[in-house]
Design a protein around this ligand. Structure first.
Ligand code: C2O
Ligand code: CU
Ligand code: CU
Length: 423
């Protein structure tokens, strides 16, 4: 784990990982053997260097960062083996938990699965004033949730079948921060969990075995005005949520998923020797959320298509009827404008993601958004029809356009992606 500010160097490298004991398997990471460091940064100029010692092109896309297309790290900005990519960007956004991952077209699912992903905390150093836990690794834990598939020798494997390509690849075991079966020690007080769904396709419905409430304090793009108590938290691939959990008292809390067929994600051990810095929940956290309603100048409809062709193994994954094409710009958005997008899912709920912005959810199937979608978002699970509002503040050129896509990585790689310029 590393902390950085001002300058950040990441090198994509191979690793040998042994997740369950037994034989190790080749993985990849940024500056380590699996995943990348959690980077803690403040607003300001950030010079990055991304190297690549792997034998294939990779990239580093800053998922959730409000920066221009030229720094975005998407499919048009591969770092070839042996080369270094040097973006220089101005970070200027609200505190949030964001992430980074490789984004090479048709290789994203495999590369992220192998480990090319990491977390960034954008902070303003004022969490103490907000009454939020902020002691990194003590009462402020970063948890990357990933399901992975293991064979009978305990080796991690990625061999998607036709069904997996259709529904996205689901693993048979949970990893949290690249580890299986570890226990998180927490103080007997309020703890902040920064959750990232870094899975290729699995959607979590998180809850605690002892019905302990979770208090949602931040969505993808930053803080909510006040905590929202939840019994269950839904987290789709690509989404982040920050929750506060009160671990005061005894017990053996377990973070679980899917009430119907419940399985454990992470066990917690309450450790009285750890300092409990925060013992009561804050009642106010962030500023009121800025309203974008009424500022929109244009409405766009975006359909996330899964067609019959897909069943026969010949594509069928598309956006507005067209599979992704690196050489086709799908549309342009006027720089500085607010647009209303109506997103429609076909066949299954797709997690929809846009680069370069944080947006607000106006409605989900005609109803007001669920608490998980009530703040700033860059990724939203679209069960049927979801309406969003976004202000496009950062330019993206034809050379380095922004992507919009399904964050089920097998769907994205199969063509459920489009690209747009902002000028
Ligand atoms: Cu998290 Cu276009 O990606
Ligand atoms: Cu992104
Ligand atoms: Cu999808």
């Amino acid at each position: 784990d590393t902390r950085a500010s001002g300058k950040l160097a990441l090198v994509a490298q191979a690793g040998n990982s042994n997740f369950l004991g037994g034989k190790s398997v080749q993985t990849a990471g940024y500056s380590q053997g699996y995943l990348g460091p959690t980077v803690i940064m403040q607003n300001g100029e950030l010079a990055t260097g991304v190297g690549n010692t792997l034998g294939e092109p990779v990239s580093v896309h800053w998922h959730g960062m409000k920066i221009s297309g030229d720094n975005d790290g998407g499919p048009h900005q591969p770092v070839l083996p042996g080369e270094v990519w040097k973006p220089d960007m101005l970070i200027n956004q609200a505190p949030a938990t964001i992430w980074y991952h490789s984004h090479i077209h048709e290789r994203t699912a495999q590369q992220v699965y192998n480990g090319l992903a990491g977390v960034i905390h954008v902070t303003d150093g004022r969490d103490d004033d907000r009454g939020l836990p902020s002691a990194y690794g003590i009462d402020d834990l970063t948890l990357v949730l990933q399901d992975r598939s293991f064979d009978s020798n305990g080796r991690m494997v990625y061999e998607p079948s036709m069904m997996d390509r259709m529904h996205g690849f689901h693993g048979n075991r949970m990893l949290v921060n690249g580890q299986s079966g570890t226990v998180a020690a927490v103080p007997s007080g309020v703890v902040r969990l920064r959750l990232l769904n870094g899975s290729n396709a699995r959607i979590y419905s998180l809850f605690f075995n002892d019905e302990r409430p979770m208090h949602l304090v931040a969505t993808d793009g930053g803080f909510l005005p006040q905590p929202i108590a939840l019994d269950m938290l839904q987290l789709a691939p690509g989404e982040r949520a920050e929750i506060l959990v009160d671990f005061a008292g005894a017990g053996t809390p377990v973070l679980m998923s899917d009430p119907g067929q419940a399985y454990g994600i992470l066990d917690f051990a309450i450790d009285e020797t750890l300092p409990a810095r925060i013992t009561s929940l804050p009642d106010k956290i962030g500023d009121p959320l800025e309203e974008l309603t009424g500022l929109d100048t244009k409405t766009r409809t975006i359909s996330l298509d899964m067609g019959m062709g897909m069943m026969m193994g010949s594509g069928g994954f598309a956006i507005n009827g067209q599979p992704f094409d690196m050489d086709r710009i799908d549309f342009n958005v006027a720089l500085g404008s607010v647009e209303r997008w109506i997103i429609r899912s076909s066949m299954v709920a797709h997690p929809f993601h846009v680069h370069g912005v944080q947006f607000r959810v106006l409605s989900e199937n005609g109803a007001p958004p669920r608490p998980e979608n009530s703040g700033w978002k860059d990724t939203v699970l679209v069960p049927g029809e979801t309406e969003i509002l976004a202000r496009f503040e950062h330019p993206a050129s034809k050379k380095n356009p922004f992507m919009l896509h399904c964050h089920i990585l097998e769907h994205e790689d199969a063509g459920m992606m489009a690209q747009f310029t902002v000028s």
